[in-house]
Design a binder for this molecule. Structure first.
Ligand code: PNS
Length: 163
């Protein structure tokens, strides 16, 4: 039986930190679903379909593709419903700081209570510990260079969005 995990997030936009987590998840699980989830608590910059396309191109750019990597979006219902639909037993998240632990812990417990889906926290490469989508959006909006933090295709997209 193959092991399936879901790496969910807003991915607004995908960063090198996200890619690090996806690469690590793919070393542990047979199949990894990278899922763009609508987060009603956040005002999104990039439409969901665009975020999916940027993930596809970014993972392609990094050589992370093939049948073991599925890229999807999920905007209606619980994340655990998606997990159940695809047979995923785990959600994988990156933890950069104590703030992430505080934010992620209640969601992990609720997801386990709802459907028995465990959450696995991975420590990212320290090189990416300070990278977040919100920081990237802010730097980009103010005309700064985001190339060190995101795949080239995302840097290019943001440059044209904010030009
Ligand atoms: O990248 P983000 O915004 O931190 O990702 C958070 C996200 C979208 C993964 C989280 O908000 C989520 O899982 N939403 C799905 C809705 C859901 O299932 N809620 C109930 C259990 S937490």
């Amino acid at each position: 039986m193959s092991s399936v995990a879901v790496v969910p997030g807003s991915f607004d936009p995908i960063t090198l930190g996200h890619i690090d987590v996806i690469e690590r998840a793919a070393k542990i699980f047979d199949e990894v679903h990278v899922v763009v989830v609508h987060n009603p608590d956040k005002h999104a910059l990039i439409p969901i379909a665009h975020r999916v396309a940027l993930i596809e191109k970014s993972l392609e750019e990094r050589g992370i593709h093939g049948a073991r990597i599925v890229i999807n979006s999920w905007s209606v219902g619980l994340l655990v419903d998606y997990c159940t639909d695809v047979g995923a037993t785990a959600i994988v998240k990156g933890i950069r700081s104590q703030i992430d632990v505080a934010y992620e812990t209640p969601m992990a417990i609720v997801n386990r209570n709802l459907a028995g889906v465990e959450t696995i926290f991975l420590l990212p490469d320290p090189a990416h510990a300070h990278v977040s989508s919100s920081l990237v959006r802010q730097v980009s909006a103010l005309g700064g260079d985001v190339a060190p933090y995101v795949p080239a295709v995302v840097a290019d997209f943001l440059k044209h969005t904010t030009d």
